[in-house]
Structure formats: structure tokens, C-alpha cells
Design a protein around this ligand. Structure first.
Ligand SMILES: [Zn+2]
Length: 606
């Protein structure tokens, strides 16, 4: 343990923080003057681009337009990113608020000016595109981009129909808007006593924290009061939920998809079987989740585990301090399995100030990885000396190295990766580091602490999100069939799922039946399954990396260098995991099973 100068003092002003702990943002723009010049250039480029309207049906013109399009978007993103990152350094600085606002307005202006581009591209038919690709060598770079346009073509309607659909956009938002207003603004929860006996108003924000309380009475009260409140509004909540499902059904139908699920997965070109295989594989392994609940019950020293007992930590009295310097070393050592090239990149990242480490007055909270195409992918943190922050560093470093390798190897147009693969690199890092922390620590209690940390990730990311995915599938299918989804019916479905996932050995309190009503993600249909698939892919990859070494590392690095040059499923297949099969999910669940074995053994010995 080392002395921690940063967090023991009060929050510093940004200028009082050592430059070594601040990101090298001047790599984006060396000063604001340079930003202003680029701002002007972006406006000029927009005017140049507009000249191509009505002229895309020609290979030379198409190439020029695509090049301009790429350059323009690159600049607009860069302008915005710089403004926003500067603002995040200190939100009290009005100068960068203004810069961010200007970049945002520019973005809207540009989007509007170039809105002719996609519809006009869609006018070109497949044969013509093939012909253009043969005629113009430079167009080859845009092959995947053009194929993606063609893939969308059957689902785009006539100009007149598209206009009507666009006009209905506001109406379509209504269910979600009403839900948000009720959920975030109007709903009020009762006051309860917290751990210290102080009276607090229950909120969506402090609920999670109260559910982690070591005091069972606090958890129990929070649980009953929280869900009891939702229950009072269950009919309104069922109505907004239904309206949202109907909206999805409507869009799926008019855009000629077979189901809402298919429509949603179409966006990233994910086959429906990926969704089904996930649910199937998790269902076949629910006994593992039940085993975990049994361990939980035993470690909490109770004989009747309830739904309000599943969030509280099961390993007590471990207070591990990890300074930033120690965290850097642990990340480097923990990720050694990823090979020399990867580890050298981490070192490069630390040496070149990718990370904005500590909190300062006015700095944005939380953590992220972000950058521009021609700068480093920086990391914003608010580092505190604990285990969570060690893993946040490894996680964000995963994102950053994925971005860095992509930028080095792909043109701007493929430099973004899809949500389906976005959390793979971050989770691989966390999994490898976790493995290292578990095996390197001799202390049993510390070992158990890390295993519990990992087990909880499996529970919340794989099992819980898959349960959500299953709930979405059932309810969407019912609406498609014309079945009535009353509040009672929704509660019944949700309750049964909980019983299935958590097992009949524990008490599935009836009040959990309304939990669906508090999940905002259900208004972004068929989204959450990606947390479970991404996690599975990452755990399977990290296992292969440990088992197969160099060969697995090579294909993994290739994946990190691919950006969006291909569809997510293909990218992952090349990296070594086939998400259209159950195998990766099963592999991940095997890791979970091994962790349970280890935990059970440690509990026995204790
Ligand atoms: Zn992430």
C-alpha cells in the first residue's frame, strides 16, 4: 500500500494537477485557433459536397462524392469531439460549452445539407454499382459501404411513402416519451431509513445502492417500497409498454421484415438464430445460476434467500487499495497473455498521456474512451484507489486499443465499430485481468472477493440480460399474434421468468413481477441481448487466448484492426467465435461453472 496523495486531499483545480496525469488533448488541436480554421473548412467542404446532388450516377463523380463525404464527416466529428472533451475537463468553463454547441449546430447543418446522399445512392441499382466498381479503381475502398447501401434497398420505400413515415416520427416517439416522463419525472417513492438510520427518499438512483446494503432490513424495505410504487402505476406502464411494441410491429411490417426481432437485428446484419441460440444455451445452463444462488445463501448465512438478497456483496471485510501506479502495473502484467504487440501498445498509451486520470473541479464524472480519427483514443477517468477503478482502467484501455488499431488499419469510413462488438475488447481485458488477480492473490478472502466480483458480472450481464431478451421475445410475439398484454399478463410472464432463472430453491417474491416496468432499455427493443452476446464472445475469446496462445492472439488482434470493414458476425467468426452457434455461450458458461467450483471449494475451506 502506498501513500495516496490525490484522493486524500480535497478536489483539486485542474491547473493544480500534474501534467503527467492529464490527457494530451493538444494532439487533436494544438489550440483553439486551429479548431476555428477547421470549422471554416468544414463549412467549405459542405458547400463543395452539395454540388454533387443529382450527379451520383457516374463512377468518377461517385468516387469524388464519397471522398468528400468521408473527409467532411471526419472533420465534423473531430470538431465536436475536441469541444466536448475540452468541456469534460471542466464543465464550468463556458468557452468550451460554446465550442461544443457550435460543433453540434454545425453537425445538424451538415446532416441536413447532405441528406440527399443516401436516398440518391439507393437509386443506383446493383448492376450499376458493380459496373462502377469495375470502372473506377478508387471505389474498391468503398465496396463494403456500397454493399451495405444495397442491403438496405429492399426495405426502403418510395419517396412519397418515406415522407409519410418521416412525418410519423414524432408520434412514434410518444410511448417512450410518456414512459420517461412518468418514470423519471412524475413518479415519487416513499421515504425509508438507510443503513445509518437516516431517512432518505427512495429514488431510482439510490435504489441499487440500498439493495447492496449489508443490513437486510434496509434491503427488504427498499425492495417492497420500490416495487410497490411501480405496482400502483402498472396499468399506465403496461399501456406505454404495449404501445411501444405496436410501434415496432408497425415499422417492421411497412419495412417488409418478418418480425420486430428481425427488423431490429437487420441493422447490424445479425441473423435471428444468434438471438435464439443465446436464449437456448443460457436456458440449458440455468442450473449454474441456481448453484450460484445456493452459494450466496450459504455465504450470507441465511436459510431463505430472497430477491432482495441478490445484490449485496457476499465477501465482507476486504478493503483493497490500489493506487494508479499499481493499477498501471497490474494492467500490464494481467494482460501479458495478449502478447508483446498489445502490451507495447499499452505502454505506449501510458507513456503518451492517453489517460486523464484524476478528478478535478468541474470535470465530468464516470469514465470513457474517446478520440478522433487522427488523434489518440483518450481515456477519461476519475481514478479512486480501489478495485473497481483498476478494472475500469483495463476496460477503457480495451476500447482505446480497439480504436487505435482500427484507425491505424482502416479508412475513416470503417473506423467505427458496431454495438454488437463494441464491448468485446473491453471485456476481454477485464476477464484476463480478473483471471490474473484471482490466481496471483494467495489470501483466500481476497481470492473470494475477486471471484464474487466476476460471478456478479456473469449474473448481471449474461443471465439477467438474457432473461430480459427472453421477455422481449415473448411479449413481441404475443403482440404480433394479437394477444392482449394486460398488466397482469406482463407481470405473470415476468414472474415466471424470474422463477425459471433464479430457481425454486429461493424465494421469488411476488413483488418482482413488476420489475419489467422500470427497465428503460425495453423502449429500445432487442438491444440488451448484445450485452450477453458481447460478454460471451469476450469470455470465450479470453479463454482461447489463454489456452491456445499466439494463434488465438493473432486472430484476435486481426479483429481489433478490422473496425467495421465487415459485418460483426463475420468479424467475430474470423477472431475464433461463431455466434450463430451455441458454442461461445457454452464456453463462457463453462468459465462460470469453474468459478463456482473454485468458490465452493473456498467456502468449504473457510
Ligand atoms: Zn465499455
Amino acid at each position: 500500500m502506498r501513500e495516496d496523495k490525490k484522493s486524500s486531499k480535497k478536489i483539486l483545480e485542474r491547473e493544480d494537477i500534474d501534467i503527467a496525469y492529464k490527457w494530451d488533448i493538444e494532439k487533436i488541436y494544438k489550440d483553439d485557433e486551429e479548431w476555428e480554421q477547421d470549422f471554416k473548412k468544414a463549412k467549405e467542404l459542405t458547400n463543395d459536397f452539395v454540388q454533387y446532388q443529382g450527379k451520383l450516377n457516374d463512377s468518377k463523380k461517385l468516387l469524388q462524392a464519397l471522398q468528400l463525404y468521408e473527409g467532411l464527416l471526419q472533420k465534423v466529428y473531430k470538431l465536436y469531439t475536441y469541444g466536448k472533451m475540452r468541456r469534460d475537463e471542466n464543465n464550468q468553463n463556458p468557452k468550451y460549452q460554446a465550442l461544443t454547441d457550435r460543433a453540434q449546430s454545425l453537425h445538424i447543418e451538415v446532416e441536413s445539407a447532405i441528406s440527399f446522399f443516401t436516398p440518391e445512392l439507393l437509386q443506383i441499382n446493383e448492376e450499376e454499382i458493380e459496373k462502377f466498381l469495375n470502372e473506377e479503381e478508387g471505389l474498391k475502398k468503398y465496396h463494403q459501404f456500397l454493399m451495405e447501401t444495397l442491403r438496405n434497398k429492399p426495405h426502403v420505400l418510395s419517396v412519397q411513402e418515406e415522407k409519410i413515415i418521416a412525418q410519423a416520427g414524432d408520434l412514434a416517439q410518444a410511448s417512450e416519451n410518456i414512459y420517461d416522463m412518468l418514470n423519471d419525472a412524475d413518479m415519487r417513492f416513499p421515504e425509508i431509513a438507510d443503513e445509518k438510520g437516516e431517512i432518505v427518499e427512495l429514488t431510482a438512483g439510490n435504489f441499487t445502492h440500498l439493495m447492496e446494503s449489508k443490513n437486510r432490513e434496509v434491503r427488504k424495505t427498499a425492495f417492497y417500497q420500490f416495487y410497490g410504487t411501480y405496482s400502483k402505476y402498472k396499468n399506465t406502464l403496461a399501456a406505454t409498454f404495449n404501445a411501444n411494441l405496436k410501434k415496432d410491429g408497425f415499422y417492421a411490417k411497412v419495412r417488409k421484415h418478418n418480425s420486430s426481432l428481425e427488423a431490429s437485428l437487420f441493422e447490424s446484419n445479425i441473423p435471428v438464430e444468434v438471438y435464439d441460440k443465446l436464449i437456448e444455451a443460457v436456458n440449458e445452463n440455468l442450473h449454474l445460476m441456481h448453484r450460484y444462488m445456493a452459494i450466496r445463501e450459504k455465504m450470507l448465512k441465511i436459510d431463505d434467500l430472497h430477491m432482495y438478497d441478490i445484490y449485496t456483496p457476499i465477501v465482507e471485510g476486504v478493503d483493497i487499495k490500489i493506487t494508479y501506479q499499481e493499477a498501471k502495473d497490474m494492467v500490464m502484467e494481467g494482460l501479458a497473455a495478449l502478447g508483446e504487440e498489445y502490451c507495447n501498445t499499452i505502454k505506449f498509451a501510458f507513456d503518451n498521456r492517453w489517460v486523464d486520470v484524476y478528478e478535478n473541479k468541474g470535470k465530468s464524472s464516470g469514465a470513457y474512451s474517446w478520440g478522433t480519427y487522427d488523434s489518440y483514443p483518450f481515456i477519461l477517468m476519475n481514478y479512486k484507489d480501489n478495485v473497481d477503478n483498476l478494472f475500469t482502467l483495463a476496460h477503457e484501455m480495451g476500447h482505446s486499443i480497439h480504436s487505435y488499431y482500427t484507425v491505424l488499419n482502416q479508412p475513416f469510413i470503417y473506423s467505427n465499430y458496431k454495438i454488437f462488438v463494441a464491448e468485446v475488447a473491453s471485456t476481454v481485458n477485464e476477464a484476463l485481468l480478473m483471471d490474473y488477480m484471482i490466481s496471483k492473490n494467495e489470501d483466500k478472502k481476497v481470492k473470494m472477493y475477486y471471484i464474487n466480483h466476476f460471478l456478479e458480472q456473469f449474473r448481471t450481464t449474461m443471465f439477467r440480460q438474457t432473461m430480459f431478451a427472453e421477455f422481449e421475445k415473448i411479449t413481441h410475439e404475443m403482440v404480433a399474434k394479437g394477444d392482449a398484454l394486460t398488466a397482469e399478463k406482463l407481470c405473470e410472464i415476468y414472474y415466471e421468468l424470474n422463477r425459471k432463472y433464479y430457481g425454486s430453491d429461493m424465494t421469488i417474491n411476488k413483488e418482482i413481477e413488476i420489475e419489467w416496468a422500470r427497465i428503460p432499455h425495453f423502449y429500445r427493443s432487442f438491444y440488451v441481448y448484445q450485452y450477453a452476446t458481447g460478454f460471451s464472445a469476450a469470455i470465450a475469446l479470453s479463454k482461447q487466448i489463454k489456452q491456445d496462445g499466439e494463434k488465438a492472439v493473432d486472430s484476435y488482434l486481426k479483429f481489433l484492426k478490422s473496425g467495421s470493414i465487415d459485418y460483426p458476425i463475420n468479424l467475430l467468426k474470423n477472431a475464433g467465435v461463431d455466434m450463430t452457434s451455441k458454442k461461445p455461450v457454452e464456453m463462457a458458461l463453462k468459465v462460470f461453472a469453474d468459478l463456482l467450483d473454485e468458490m465452493e471449494k473456498l467456502v468449504e475451506e473457510n
